[in-house]
Design a protein around this ligand. Structure first.
Ligand SMILES: [Zn+2]
Ligand SMILES: [Zn+2]
Length: 305
């Protein structure tokens, strides 16, 4: 299962009651963060999350509201006792910015691994420091500077079914070996394989995060079948569509259209303009566009399973 927390929902600048847009996801005690605007370490602490577990930091683009919190967070991760490496992933053209921000960190008690991703084409890698079963995809979107969206896909192994092992006469002390993928030989010479004691294949868990972009059809392709799609919705006022799209942003309604096209299970909107004081007022009318939309508060959590 993936434990997900939307740390903040603000776009452009943090407000006194709204942290900047950032997402933290944890799997079996290690986590990845997407975006790191100013004050992200405060949001993590405020929502009761352990910074020392952050293993990957994924940056969408080099705008201040998505990146300027990096030095403070990296220092806080060190102060919270981490000694294992942290990998920072970012669009390749943002490398100068990442390196500049690192210069103010001084010596950190752990290694930073820089891992650029493509500005111009989709890319994928296994987040093996969290789990070999977790794959991260990045895809260029369309903003005023190079920007990428991310999907995280957790492949799930079929569950071990003790009743099957019992029925085949496998003693309990051999269950762990079977569960880890090895065959076992019973006293009577019979060989039992993992396939004999597991359930049917399970659908992977998928999470997609896209902010600061025009509503490109490719975003729906990236988000297809996501259990949770987190997407920018700067405004809910449709009269702002033209001006927002011209600035490389999208409306709540654009995000609902993408979610419907992608067939996602649920949509959380984020990156609200500071001018939108009560984004929740749009929730009911948005449901007509996409039923499973939520206009979340900061700190909204879910366990995907
Ligand atoms: Zn932004
Ligand atoms: Zn931006």
């Amino acid at each position: 299962m993936l434990d997900v927390c939307l740390l903040g929902t603000a776009g452009m600048m943090p407000l006194k009651n709204r942290f900047l847009t950032s997402l933290y996801t944890e799997y079996q005690g290690s986590g990845f963060l997407i975006d790191c605007g100013e004050g992200t370490q405060v949001a993590l602490s405020y929502h009761g999350l352990k910074m020392s577990r952050i293993t990957y930091i994924l940056i969408t683009h080099a705008h201040a509201d998505h990146i300027s919190g990096l030095p403070g967070l990296l220092l806080s991760i060190g102060n919270n006792g981490r000694t294992a490496p942290v990998t920072v992933v970012y669009p390749e053209s943002a490398e100068y910015c990442i390196k500049a921000l690192l210069t103010v960190c001084g010596e950190l008690p752990y290694e930073i691994v820089l891992q650029p991703t493509s500005d111009s084409e989709p890319h994928a890698f296994n987040a093996k420091e969290i789990s070999p079963d977790l794959r991260i995809r990045s895809m260029p979107v369309s903003h005023t500077v190079p920007c990428v969206g991310y999907s995280a896909i957790l492949n799930r192994r079929p569950v071990f079914i003790p009743e099957k092992a019992k029925a085949l006469g496998v003693p309990v002390d051999k269950w762990k070996e079977l569960h880890s993928g090895n065959s076992v030989t019973l006293d009577n010479g019979k060989v039992v394989t993992t396939e004999n004691v597991i359930g049917s294949p399970r659908k992977p868990l998928k999470l997609t995060y896209v902010t600061d972009s025009l509503p490109l059809p490719e975003i729906a392709a990236l988000a297809t079948d996501s259990d949770l799609f987190i997407c920018e919705g700067m405004y809910g006022d449709t009269s702002k569509k033209k001006s927002m799209n011209e600035k490389g942003h999208m409306l709540m309604q654009d995000a609902c259209g993408l979610a419907a096209a992608a067939g996602v299970r649920r949509l959380w909107l984020t990156h609200f303009s500071p001018a939108v004081k009560e984004p929740q007022i749009y929730a009911e009318e948005l449901k007509e566009l996409f039923q499973a939309v939520i206009v979340p508060e900061d700190g909204t959590k879910i366990q995907l399973k």
